[in-house]
Design a protein around this ligand. Sequence first.
Ligand SMILES: [Zn+2]
Length: 81
Amino acid sequence: MRPAAPAAPAEPAVPTVPSLGAAAGAKAPPAAPAAQPGPTLTVICPDCQTRYKVPVSSVAKRFRCKKCQAILEIPPEAANP
Ligand SMILES: [Zn+2]
């Protein structure tokens, strides 16, 4: 078999990067999101799967599920993801 014609050298791919000059002049958007009421964690009822958002200050406490009246315990490790 005849060798195929030598392929033309591929042009080096030039990644399109944004101009640094333009990026430097752009104003960064505010990093802080909307005001939050406070750090919370999600506790799911093991019986009815209802999700509750509780403040992290409630860690190691327990409360009653509003749907099935089950006692939900908030594990202390929940505050440390
Ligand atoms: Zn429940």
